[in-house]
Write a protein that binds this ligand. Structure first.
Ligand SMILES: Cc1ncc(COP(=O)(O)O)c(C=O)c1O
Length: 370
């Protein structure tokens, strides 16, 4: 079986983790600060705050920018469900907005029609490492007085007009879950240029206080701390990042070279420079499921796109009306057509060729998008 995705873990991670474990300081400390500094250098963000995972980091960001129960937050209809659930966790209502037909990221033009007096924030998601159109989103947010919390979970290394995703809004989150471009197993960082917000975000994850070991708590906070064991993995991953980014983009080039005119690839906005998390294709009229099953029968694992939020069964019947109707033609199109091909950094060229051969075979039968 050729796996859809997996991390690149080797002796470098083992060495870093061993050093931390041997030091006996395994909770959040020096190694975490080193990891945050490396993320600061990579993203150019003034403040980087590590978190236990991306979902709780999004939740904390929403609280920190002032989202309250009853507020509404604009969220793209096509995203991993954690984007919307972090809004629900904060007591607010996620309002789904259809995505752009090409980038599959939130369409600010369509968000106009979703504004109410309760709308307080927008959460652009840089989906599948594509950059959302920040040229449109930032003026839109300004016009309506909205806070911007970017979900850059999947887009480490991706820049829009040279600026790292997650650094445009009030706060941005990058996830390091096991299948992400770089990983710490579980974990995330928050990015912000605002020192006041940075301090709030730190307090929220540290029981409402500025320093550990002090037991007077100025605010209510929680424990969303990172650990030095995870930071050690992150430091090793970040040292490899240039090689990871290069290989990820080589995979996309190799697939494209082999499959040009055979199957359609997802669009890349010319204003953005990407580190491709997944290589994504649009399957054609027979749909993504058909292509996925064809490849599965040949030992090739793929991944369907996210299920549109307005169709999620878990939102059916919610009193707050999270289940929403309306036109979401682009997110439905993306779900029906989109398929992620095997994209592990460790994937060998001959494995890519094997996948391409199978896709060519599939398309020869008259199916496919070209
Ligand atoms: C778009 C998106 N948002 C949020 C998350 C949540 O991040 P985490 O798994 O670190 O909680 C993920 C990934 O897992 C994601 O892909």
């Amino acid at each position: 079986m050729i796996k859809q995705i997996g991390p690149w873990i080797d002796e470098a991670e083992i060495r870093e983790v061993t050093e931390v474990v041997r030091s006996t300081w395994i909770t959040e400390g020096k190694k975490t600060r080193e990891f945050e500094k490396m993320m600061q250098d990579l993203t150019g963000s003034k403040h980087v705050i590590s978190y236990v995972n991306g979902t709780l980091a999004l939740y904390a960001s929403l609280i920190a920018v002032g989202i309250k129960p009853g507020d509404e937050v604009l969220v793209p209809d096509l995203t991993f469900i954690a984007s919307a659930n972090s809004v629900i966790m904060a007591g607010a209502k996620p309002v789904f907005v259809d995505v752009d037909r090409k980038t599959f990221c939130i369409d600010a033009g369509k968000a106009e029609g979703k504004i109410t007096t309760k709308t307080k924030a927008i959460m652009p998601v840089h989906l599948y490492s594509q950059a959302a159109d920040m040229d449109d989103i930032m003026p839109f947010a300004k016009k309506h007085g909205l806070k911007v919390v970017e979900d850059a979970a999947e887009s480490v290394g991706t820049r829009f007009r040279g600026r790292h995703t997650g650094t445009f809004g009030d706060a941005g989150m990058i996830s390091f879950y096991g299948n992400k471009i770089i990983t710490t197993a579980e974990g995330a960082v928050l990015l912000t240029d605002d020192p006041v917000l940075a301090e709030k975000l730190y307090r929220l994850k540290n029981h409402g206080r500025k320093e550990k070991g002090v037991f007077i708590h100025e605010e209510i906070g929680y424990n969303f701390s990172f650990t030095d064991v995870l930071a050690a993995i992150g430091v090793a991953q970040l040292k490899k990042f240039p090689r990871i980014a290069k290989r990820k983009n080589e995979l996309r080039r190799l697939y494209e070279e082999q499959l040009r005119g055979v199957i359609e690839f997802t669009h890349v906005d010319e204003r953005a420079s990407l580190v491709h998390w997944f290589v994504n294709v649009l399957a054609g009229d027979a749909g993504a499921d058909d292509l996925a099953n064809f490849l599965k029968a040949r030992g090739i694992q793929t991944r369907r796109f996210f299920y549109p939020l307005h169709m999620q069964p878990c939102y059916a019947g919610m009193k707050s009306g999270v289940r929403q109707h309306g036109s979401f033609e682009n997110s439905e199109y993306a779900y029906n057509q989109g398929l992620s091909l095997p994209s592990s950094v460790t994937l060998k060229d001959n494995e890519v060729l094997q996948v391409c051969k199978a896709i060519k075979e599939y398309c020869k039968s008259g199916k496919g998008s070209c």
